[in-house]
Design a binder for this molecule. Structure first.
Ligand code: 3PG
Length: 342
């Protein structure tokens, strides 16, 4: 994902593209990304998305293991099956291998690994950038916080002995149906995560005049990197159809894909919630989807509260761009706070 001076690219291109990984159609997974620090930024977002994909897989494993009682081998078979469909990806492939891997005593090695995640920081940087540029990249944020929660292992062990969960922590319904629901939930959540990642890149590209080529980014990510997947071909097609696509969710293919997945998605998350298994990435994706498709959110209440306690002003629906203050109590006066926007 090289960025920097465009004039340098023709000199470097033959070398970089010769050594780059190749997509299944032979295309080199390396292209000039944009001016300045665009290359580093795009690689950082790639890693943030990687954190999200890994967390989604881990949540499904958690529900299948603790809530449904599936063995590691049974889960490996499910993942292997998923790897032939819309979830076909490097991370599903290696997770299948991990689930099936046996230690020298014949037991799954995975179950002996301490559940405290490390991180070198690129997911955290993506989440920080999302906050800095005001983009709701919620799934990567949750994935980073899930790692933080996992790493306070000793505290969690103490909490596990005193905090109550639901009376029923086992799923007793139709297993095949729930497995299908989780496949849909993971697929829809991935769509949201990538849509959020592209929102962040779009915002920074506009601010820094990087002129990012989103289709070529999707193409680069199709091979040779940790988030490589079949699904990136569909993202590439979406940007081929409309290079100025405002959001992946506006693309007809992804609109239909989320609509088709949403029944299973909702079912998966509500089931996990009822049996007390945390699914922060899966559920934040659904909350984002529901928020994004809501024309009127409750931020009017929030604006009124800010104006009530801090005279921070608000806009009326009828006159956007004009900020006014109300003396809500009759005791606050008409002086409003100065305007600033982070
Ligand atoms: C990677 O290997 O892709 C990145 O360095 C991510 O590593 P991390 O999970 O330790 O942040």
């Amino acid at each position: 994902m090289p960025g920097g001076n465009k004039e340098a690219w023709p000199h470097l291109k033959p070398i970089f593209q010769a050594i780059a990984a190749k997509a299944p159609d032979g295309a080199a997974c390396c292209d000039w990304v944009g001016e300045g620090g665009a290359g580093h930024f795009v690689k950082m977002v790639h890693n943030g998305i990687e954190y999200g994909d890994m967390q989604l897989i881990s949540e499904v494993y958690h529900v299948f293991r603790n809530g449904v009682g599936l063995t590691n081998d049974e889960q490996g078979d499910i993942f292997a099956q998923w790897n032939k469909g819309v979830l076909d990806s490097f991370l599903i492939e290696i997770s299948t291998d991990i689930l099936r891997y046996k230690d020298t005593d014949g037991e799954p090695l995975l179950e002996k690994i301490r559940d405290a995640a490390g991180q070198k920081g690129t997911g955290k940087w993506t989440a920080i950038a999302a906050l800095d540029y005001g983009m709701p990249v919620t799934l990567i944020g949750e994935a980073v916080f899930a790692r933080c929660l996992s790493s306070i292992k000793d505290e969690r062990v103490r909490a596990s002995k005193i905090l109550a969960g639901p009376s029923n922590s086992t799923y007793t319904g139709d297993k095949a149906q729930l497995i299908k629901a989780f496949e849909q939930a993971m697929y829809a959540s991935k769509i949201i995560s990538y849509a959020q990642g592209f929102m962040l890149m779009r915002e920074t590209s506009e601010q820094f005049k990087w002129n990012l080529n989103y289709g070529s980014i999707a193409l680069m990510w199709r091979g040779g990197c940790i988030i490589r997947s079949a699904f990136l071909g569909d993202i590439k097609s979406a940007f081929d159809n409309n290079k100025d696509l405002e959001s992946l969710l506006f693309d007809p293919f992804f609109q239909k894909a989320t609509a088709n997945a949403q029944a299973g998605w909702r079912n998966a998350i509500s089931t996990a919630t009822l049996i007390g298994i945390p699914v922060p990435a899966l559920s934040t994706a659904l909350s984002f989807y529901d928020g994004y498709r809501t024309a009127r959110l409750p931020a009017n209440m929030l604006q009124a509260q800010r104006d009530y306690f801090g005279a921070h002003t608000y806009e009326l629906e009828a006159t956007p761009g004009t900020y006014i203050h109300t003396n809500w109590t009759g005791r606050g006066g008409n002086v409003s706070a100065s305007n600033y926007d982070v």
